[in-house]
Design a protein around this ligand. Structure first.
Ligand code: IMP
Ligand code: MG
Length: 189
């Protein structure tokens, strides 16, 4: 159904409720290949210590589940739920935690796993909150990075792909809670 990255699918995808794909930015095979590489990079970067991957819900749920299976060292998984005030496709900048991880963070190597870095405001706020918990280290792994953030306080250490400055859906990313289950990443018409 999907050919190569950047192409238009030949047939309409029944998962898209009639919305047309403008462009498949990253197809399934491309994502799987890069996630496997990221797993190796992360495994090599943490030779010791208690590694805790903190997935930022909901967007990271598919990426995180694929990523942890490519990391070949002990680790733990927990989640964060952040809410930004205001809605829509532009982030407002004010972020609060609506689910706080129950796992102790102090002394651990924390890797915050995010679907996409857009303005970077969500990460700036969350990193500031997490730093106060005295982890041994604190880094960011983002599947996608739009490279448009001008005010990033903490650059991501692990990045899957540079993303086009388009609104993307699939592989966990949503538009109004839809399309998270699409196995590739696409922009919509
Ligand atoms: P930031 O705070 O502007 O960096 O926004 C990050 C959050 O906005 C991500 O975790 C996503 O939930 C959402 N977001 C940003 N860009 C996109 C996109 O292209 N598609 C879907 N969600 C996006
Ligand atoms: Mg979202």
């Amino acid at each position: 159904m999907i050919d190569t990255a950047g192409t238009i699918p030949a047939k309409p995808d029944p998962r898209l409720s009639g919305r047309a794909v403008k462009r498949v930015a990253f197809d399934e095979a491309t994502i799987a290949h890069r996630v496997a590489e990221l797993g190796k990079e992360i495994t090599a970067a943490y030779p010791d210590g208690d590694l805790l991957l903190l997935g930022l819900l909901k967007g990271s749920f598919i990426f995180l589940s694929d990523l942890v299976r490519q990391i070949t060292r002990p680790l733990q998984v927990d989640f964060l739920v952040a809410a930004s005030y205001g809605d829509g496709t532009v982030s407002s900048g004010t972020v609060r935690l609506v689910y706080d991880p129950e796992t102790e963070l102090e002394g651990k190597d924390i890797l915050l796993v995010e679907d996409i870095v857009d303005s970077g405001r969500t990460l700036n706020r969350l990193m500031t909150i997490l730093k106060e918990r005295k982890p041994r280290s604190l880094e960011i792994c983002a599947l996608l990075h739009k490279r448009i953030a001008t005010e990033l306080l903490y650059p991501a250490r692990f990045i899957g792909f540079d993303a086009p400055n388009e609104f993307l859906v699939g592989y966990g990313l949503d538009h109004a809670e839809n399309f998270r289950h699409i196995p590739y990443i696409a922009s919509l018409q």
